[in-house]
Structures are given as C-alpha cells and as structure tokens.
Design a protein around this ligand. Structure first.
Ligand code: SAM
Length: 241
C-alpha cells in the first residue's frame, strides 16, 4: 500500500482540492473552471438530493463529499485508509476549521483555512480509518454508497467489487467515479481491467446492479499556482436489484 496519502504535501493538496475557493484553487482568468469543486459535484450531480438513511463514503479523503452527503443523508460513515486524511476530516467535523498550506511555487506557500461547509450536518457523520478492501461485516446494507476515485488506488480493486452487492441494500444506490488512471505504484498490473474500465464495471456489476446513469466528471488538482492535474473521471450510478 502506497503511503503517499499520509504525507503533508498530499494533505495540503487535498484540503485545497476539497475546500479551496475557486480563486484559491485556480487564480487565472481563463481555464478549465468546469473541473472545480469535484468533491461537491460527485454528490450533487450523481446522487441528487433524495433523502437517504445509511450512507457510506468510501475513500472519503479529507471528507468534503461526506459533508455534502450529510445535508440529505441521516447517517454518513466516511472511511479512508489515510490516518492523516481522517484526522483532518474529524477536525473539520468537530472544530469546523483547519489551517493548511497552499503551494505557490518552490518553497513559497501561503496559509489558508478550510471551513466546514455551511449548513452541513456534522452530527450525522462518523469518520473512520479503514480499508475498503477489508471492511468488517457490520458494513452492509447501505442505502447509498459513494466511492469517488478510489478503485484505481486499490491494490486489489476486485476485493471491493466483490463486496459491493453486500454493501448496498436492495434498491439502494451505488455511485462510482474513477479517472481510470491505473498505475503500478497503487495497483499491480495483473489487477488492472483487461478491457476498458467501463466494460469491466459492467461485467462485474451487472449480475447485481442496473446501470442508471453515466457521466464524465472533469476535475482539477492543483500542485502549485502554475501546475495542475486535469483529469476526466468516468462517473456511473448503479441501483442494487
Ligand atoms: C484519489 S483519492 C480520492 C479521494 C476522494 N474520494 C476524492 O474524490 O477527492 C483516493 C483516496 O482513497 C484512499 N484510499 C486508498 N486506498 C484505500 C483503501 N484501501 N481503503 C480506503 N481508502 C483508501 C486514499 O487515502 C485517498 O484518500
């Protein structure tokens, strides 16, 4: 398992990615603004705001989507493998704010404050450190499971795929997004899909789920003020039969 998500650099990058204002993330007049606010859009564009009871945000990182889900879901469990990310998410939940550094270039940084989203419901959220490939049996029958950009960061994604029919309650909803960026440093190539990621998902999930929506979700991660990672995630929504 790669330890990159425990580093201070990634913690800062993800706090900015999840909580930075549009001007803080992308201080330029022209550019891919439709790629901002990804951790909000995976909820607003993929889940709608249909009230749910038990919801799981797998690979929640520093928690922005969990806060968005808490607006209309009564119980939200946010799980991530990174102790550092879960610590920051829990600080935001309890204290409502956390300071972090945003890189301008080289060693030049500036201090920013991430704020818990206004009107979210922190009392509905439980953040936990955990492994999406080895969840305890108590994790089952969720009304909504949201796993954004997690699959291609797992060493054995097939373990999570095999667990999904049990994780999602009959009639419940599964939201998956993935930029399909399969890398040996996270996932050994023997575990990569043999066909396209979409074909692999369809083959794996169709026995238990019906595909109800598919959309492309651009996103932008800032490395420094003049360098960004631009990707387009494949977003799919599935209903458990
Ligand atoms: C690419 S980030 C996506 C984070 C967030 N969902 C988003 O869309 O911004 C992948 C996340 O998966 C987490 N992760 C990696 N392996 C994991 C595992 N085995 N179990 C749970 N989370 C894991 C990482 O710590 C990281 O927060």
């Amino acid at each position: 398992m790669d330890r990159i998500y425990e580093t201070a650099r990634l913690l800062d990058e993800y706090l900015l990615f999840h909580y930075g204002s549009e001007g803080e993330v992308f201080p330029w007049r022209s550019g891919p603004r439709d790629a901002l606010n990804f951790a909000v859009r995976t909820v607003t564009e993929m889940a709608g705001a249909v009230p749910r009871n038990r919801t799981l945000d797998l690979g929640c990182a520093v928690g922005r989507s969990s806060f968005e889900l808490s607006r209309f879901c009564h119980h939200v469990t946010g799980i991530d493998f990174s102790h550092s990310f879960i610590g920051a998410a829990e600080t935001l939940r309890t204290a409502g704010r956390i300071e972090y550094s945003c890189r301008e270039e080289a060693t030049i940084t500036r201090r920013l404050t991430a704020l818990r989203p206004f009107d979210s419901k922190p009392e509905r959220i439980n953040f936990q450190q955990g492994d999406a490939m080895d969840l305890s049996c108590g994790h089952c029958g969720y009304d909504l499971v949201h796993a954004a950009n997690l699959l291609c960061r797992l060493a054995e994604p097939s373990l999570l795929i095999a667990r999904l029919p049990d994780l999602v309650a009959p009639g419940g909803t599964l939201i998956l997004t993935t930029p399909c960026t399969w890398l040996e440093e996270f996932t050994p190539s023997r575990e990569w899909p043999r066909a396209t990621t979409f074909d692999w998902l369809q083959d794996s999930l169709t026995p238990h789920f019906s595909l109800t929506a598919q959309r492309d979700l651009p996103f932008l991660i800032r490395e420094h003020a003049r360098k960004f990672q631009y990707s387009i995630a494949l977003g799919t929504v599935w209903q458990r039969r």
